[in-house]
Design a protein around this ligand. Structure first.
Ligand code: FAD
Length: 407
């Protein structure tokens, strides 16, 4: 094959869009394909951690993201059973380690749009949508993507490398025959959004990010600014029973659950709700030949701790930086294997381990075990050194540092 001198990216979610922007910003021609006509505004990621803010500040994105979001300097774990605050973590403790001693609560679609607006100003960036990637071929010189255009015709695009950022159901991962081992949680997760202010004194003075433990009524309460910047609260709840998806998505189910989990002043005005199956999976390899997986195509996890998009952006920028070196003749394809060693190992060690642990703490039903787990969390928050270490891990700063040290 004599491929076009460009890099192809499947998927214009946060990972594909930001990687594409990075590459075009370095003068590398890049084409990004997305099957949808525009970015969806469904309620997914909202927490951007310090480690990611550091990376995005180098791309000049953080000022605009901050204007559209909320600075969240602390987060809490609560025990709904005893109605107490178990632990409060203050990012100020890691201000010796980062210029961003806070998480930014900013919706996923806003992050994507900030990256797109920057990227579209660059001559080397091209975004094609709605163009659905349907297949991939490759040889030693390049990749050829089969793409369905808006008229339903199949076109072929070639390039030197492909970043597959096409999400958890990745067509590319399947085309490359890469296994996706792991498991799916028994319960589904509901995310429901209300304007009711859980930060008010009558509603428990919640912080912008709160994880509330209870054997069957655990939940996460997250505040975002909303498109009109007047504030919205997203509540993440488990649907553990065998009720139909249709019933779980109904307003009656959501109101009943809100009344059980958040007994402040129900019924609440619920303005959006959605239902997800939740998986913990990591692909068996992050690259085959000249195609690499990044983001949800490479790993998926439960949203407790807000790590999926963050880890995905770290993947995307890690591989994009390596592709720049290869492009400039400063490295060869062995960097793709290094990407796999750095990112796949860390996805398991940090994102999988911590997101699973977060869920296990919230849902523990053995009374002795839950007391021990919650007390241990409280003890970490009280001990400055332990808290420093905990925040470096939960903000994924430790993961990025360890990944970068892997040869
Ligand atoms: C309720 C919820 C809350 C979450 N909260 C957080 C959080 O606070 N912090 C966090 O870090 N993560 C969070 N996550 C996870 C986060 O949303 C994902 O990890 C993130 O979206 C992954 O980004 P991505 O770009 O890899 O994939 P996606 O966002 O899934 O984007 C994939 C893109 O590829 C496109 N695509 C798919 N197939 C094709 C194809 N065949 N051809 C062309 N285009 C294609 C899609 O249209 C899409 O635009 C949350 C997830 C959920 C469900």
């Amino acid at each position: 094959m004599s491929p076009d001198n460009r890099i192809l990216i499947a998927g214009a979610g946060p990972v594909g869009m930001i990687s594409g922007y990075y590459l075009a910003n370095k003068g590398i021609p890049v084409t990004v394909f997305d099957s949808l006509p525009q970015t969806t505004t469904d309620h997914r990621a909202s927490t951007v951690h310090p480690s990611t803010l550091e990376m995005l500040s180098e791309l000049g994105m953080t000022d605009e993201m901050t204007e559209k979001g909320l600075i969240s300097a602390v987060f809490q774990y609560r025990d709904r059973y005893d109605d107490r605050i178990v632990a409060e973590f203050d990012y100020g403790i890691i201000s010796d380690e980062t210029n961003f001693p806070y998480a930014l609560q900013v919706e996923q679609h806003k992050v994507i749009n900030v990256a797109r607006e920057h990227a579209e100003r660059l001559p080397d960036f091209s975004l094609k949508r709605p163009y659905e990637v349907v297949g991939l071929e490759q040889d030693d010189d390049g990749v050829a993507l089969s793409v369905k255009n808006p008229d339903g015709e199949i076109e072929t695009y070639s390039g030197r490398y492909l970043i597959a950022a096409d999400g958890g159901r990745s067509v590319i991962r399947k085309a490359l025959d890469i296994e996706f081992p792991g498991f799916t949680w028994g319960e589904r997760f509901v995310i429901a959004t209300t304007k009711f202010d859980f930060g008010s004194p009558e509603a428990g003075n919640h912080r912008y990010r709160n994880y509330v433990a209870h054997p069957d009524q655990w939940c996460a309460l997250i505040k975002v600014a909303g498109d009109d910047m007047t504030g919205l609260w997203r509540i993440l709840l488990p649907a553990s029973g065998d009720e139909s998806d249709e019933y779980v998505k109904s307003i009656d189910w959501v109101q009943d659950k809100f009344a059980e989990c958040l007994p402040y002043a129900p019924p609440y005005e619920v303005i959006h709700r959605n239902l997800y199956n939740v998986h913990q999976r990591v692909a068996e390899t992050f690259h085959v030949g000249r195609a690499v997986l990044a983001g949800d195509s490479a790993h998926v996890n439960n949203p407790l701790g807000g790590m999926g998009m963050n880890g995905g952006i770290h993947d995307g920028l890690n591989i994009a930086e390596k592709l720049v070196r290869i492009w400039r003749g400063e490295g060869d394809d062995s960097l793709l294997a290094q990407y796999d060693r750095q990112r796949r190992t860390m996805a398991k060690k940090y994102v999988q381990a911590q997101s699973i642990q977060n869920k296990e703490i919230l849902q523990e039903s053995d009374m002795d075990a839950r007391r021990k787990k919650l007390d241990a969390l409280g003890a970490i928050a009280e001990d400055r050194e332990a808290c420093h270490e905990y925040l470096l891990k939960s903000s994924l700063i430790a993961m990025v540092r360890e990944a970068n040290s892997v040869q």
